[in-house]
Write a protein of this length. Structure first.
Length: 344
């Protein structure tokens, strides 16, 4: 069954499905959905969480061992499978189909990853899980959808932002849901339920000087490696969450890839920017990047980011900033890059 991210809380009130598939290009939404599923599962006694990231050498018998265990000998279990942009492969697909044929009431499987392509949605394993499961696609939010998302989070945090304040927040975070949510939580602590207008919020945001992530995005698009390293150093000194930085870099790489694809299909640069909702003051930076970076280069950057995500989430990369620096420089220079080593 397919539902949207904003429908998940209502669906969970009806009970847990044996399988959840959460896929999308917007990592904060994906993370939010997984958190909601875990919270619901914990309330129903699923106290054990097993996190797995299948790679090329992954043994799916490990999933079997957890999935086939009985609650008489172990706790109710939620198995979190992070595909990290990969497919389960032939062996994984066979195992997933087997689970779908005989669901274990003592286990809930949550599979998540990047956007579920039509190829994935047509696969036998996906269809098998979908029969008794819930599929939650998470799309990047824009326009009214983004505004409704913000309104919902303001209600949950009991925040009283006027329309100007909401627009200021949306403009300054530029669709970055993680950054927006962090600011909302901060506002909740500072203001409680007191009214916040646009002028007050803008002054607070400017004083915080927390636009470094966006400064990094601008630096890599313009090809200024020195500036990118300076910004990254500030982010490290501020203990900025590495996943937020990786999200920003991924967003820019994906946007460049979409721009390039639209232009290849015959669309003008201006029309492509309009379709992708790229602001006028950002279009020059994207133009610079496209003149410097070709399709293969963008693919390499996205591959590096996927490797970073997998290594960081699996705990194989406990010092993420050197790798983030490597990826940032990869944006800035037209050259071929050796595959990085994720050993600490």
């Amino acid at each position: 069954m397919r539902i949207y991210a904003n429908q998940l809380p209502q669906q969970l009130q009806k009970g847990l499905a044996p399988f959840f598939m959460v896929f999308g290009e917007e990592p904060f939404q994906v993370s939010e959905c997984i958190g909601q599923i875990r919270q619901c599962a914990k309330a129903q006694g699923f106290d054990e969480i097993i996190k797995l990231t299948p790679g090329a050498q992954f043994d799916w018998q490990e999933v079997d061992a957890h999935y086939q265990s009985m609650s008489l000998f172990s706790a109710l279990t939620l198995i979190d499978i992070d595909l990290a942009g990969h497919k389960p492969g032939k062996t994984g697909a066979e195992h997933l189909k087997k689970y779908a044929q005989d669901p274990n009431p003592d286990c809930v499987i949550v599979i998540h990853g990047a956007k579920a392509s039509q190829e994935i949605q047509r696969s036998a394993w996906f269809k098998a899980l979908d029969k008794n499961g819930v599929f939650v696609p998470c799309y990047p939010l824009t326009g009214n959808h983004l505004r409704r998302w913000l309104d919902g989070h303001c209600r949950r945090l009991n925040l009283n932002l006027d329309n100007d304040a909401k627009q200021v927040l949306l403009d300054t975070t530029e669709g970055n849901l993680l950054a927006c949510h962090q600011e909302l939580e901060k506002l909740s602590l500072l203001f409680g339920q007191r009214a916040i207008n646009g002028r007050t919020l803008l002054g607070m945001l400017l004083n915080q000087n927390r636009f470094d992530i966006f400064d990094l995005a601008n630096a890599v698009l313009s090809g200024d490696a020195d500036k990118a390293m300076q910004v990254l150093q500030r982010l490290q000194n501020d203990n900025t969450e590495a996943t937020a930085i990786a999200w920003a870099l991924t967003k820019e790489a994906q946007q460049l890839q979409k721009l390039q694809s639209l232009q290849s299909s015959g669309m003008s640069f201006d029309a492509a920017c309009k379709q992708l909702a790229i602001w006028k003051n950002q279009q020059g930076l994207y133009s610079q990047a496209l003149h410097r970076i070709n399709g293969a280069h963008i693919h390499t950057i996205l591959d590096l980011l996927a490797q970073f995500d997998s290594a960081y989430k699996s705990g194989r990369l406990t010092s993420p900033y050197p790798m983030l620096a490597h990826i940032s420089v990869s944006f800035c220079r037209s050259l071929e890059f050796a595959a990085p080593c994720f050993e600490d």
